[in-house]
Design a protein. Structure first.
Length: 105
């Protein structure tokens, strides 16, 4: 007998604190500038080493944005909210949290 997979768990949206949202938006705006700078470097025919160096810096900055969001959302995602009901199944278990971190690597 074939059984259907369980329905996906509904995930409640995370409301990040204003300071986290502001920090992430600022980081993303800086990243936009870095990407535009990379496009200019390509258009100008700059050397490969400089372009790759800037590309690595942009990648690292994007990784930090992801880490910041995961760290800030950890409390919510891990069902550690003080007002969450005991039977709350919308959070992530430890394995799911590990997968989130691995997606950033």
């Amino acid at each position: 007998m074939v059984t259907a997979p369980p329905p996906p768990r509904s995930r409640s949206p995370v409301k990040f604190p204003d300071d986290v949202s502001d920090d992430v938006r600022l980081r993303l705006r800086r990243l936009e500038g870095q990407i535009r700078g990379l496009q200019r470097m390509l258009d100008e025919g700059q050397d490969c080493e400089s372009i790759v160096t800037q590309l690595a810096a942009a990648k690292a900055a994007l990784d930090r944005v992801g880490y910041r969001l995961v760290a800030a959302g950890m409390r919510h995602c891990a069902r550690l909210e003080p007002d969450a009901p005991a039977d709350d199944e919308t959070g992530l278990d430890v394995e799911d949290l590990e997968k989130l971190f691995l997606k950033l690597s």
